[in-house]
Design a protein around this ligand. Structure first.
Ligand SMILES: [Zn+2]
Length: 197
């Protein structure tokens, strides 16, 4: 499985874990195993964190986490769709929901040796489904507090539903990929690999 990382922001990449090229629904995080793969590919977890997370939750727990993550993703999609077209609204209920998720954010501080010497590093602790949801909520929180809502765009490609944050200088990015919505090739490859599974 090759998830699509064209969003230029973790929150957009998260939304892009479900998309509909030409009307066909593709789910990237359909179960716990796929969720773990995506989290690592997205850089949310490293191999060690993923192994610990999988051990703590077990196969059933991972599948349940994937279900919950998909649910929150669709909640986020609905809100962000409204937010980018009407950023000035109050959104009290949405902010409250986001803050409920963020309550479970758990950060671990440690001293680590890096190339520059000893450094204090902060890492998200992700050992439960709630802690994972909080990390994903944190990406959405970053998006709505730090980015310009008009730059959160959907690809202009025919039938393409992918999202991205336009970080180009001129703010003229229109497509998910430079090759004129060139994701068709990636999607075809994704389907091919899914068929093999
Ligand atoms: Zn596209």
């Amino acid at each position: 499985m090759q998830p699509l990382f064209i969003g230029s922001h973790l929150a957009a990449d998260f939304l892009n874990t479900a998309f509909e090229p030409h009307g066909e629904h593709i789910e990237v995080i359909g179960d716990g195993k796929q969720l773990l793969e995506w989290l690592q590919a997205a850089g949310v977890m490293d191999v060690e964190q993923a192994a610990r997370f999988a051990r703590k939750l077990g196969a059933k727990g991972l599948d349940a986490a994937a279900t919950e993550v998909r649910k929150q993703r669709e909640w986020a999609r609905a809100w962000l769709t409204r937010w980018r077209s009407a950023p000035g609204r109050d959104y009290a209920a949405e902010i409250e929901h986001l803050n409920d998720l963020l309550e479970n954010l758990s950060v671990r501080h440690e001293v680590a040796r890096t190339k520059e010497g000893l450094e204090r590093v902060a890492r998200f602790q992700i050992e439960s489904s709630d802690e994972l949801l909080a990390v994903l909520a944190s990406a959405i929180g970053d998006l709505v507090t730090q980015e310009d809502p008009t730059l959160l765009k959907s690809c202009a490609g025919d039938g393409c539903t992918l999202w991205f944050l336009d970080r180009t200088k001129a703010h003229r990015r229109m497509f998910c990929s430079a090759a004129g919505c060139g994701n068709r090739a990636k999607v075809a490859a994704f389907r091919e690999r899914q068929r093999e599974q």
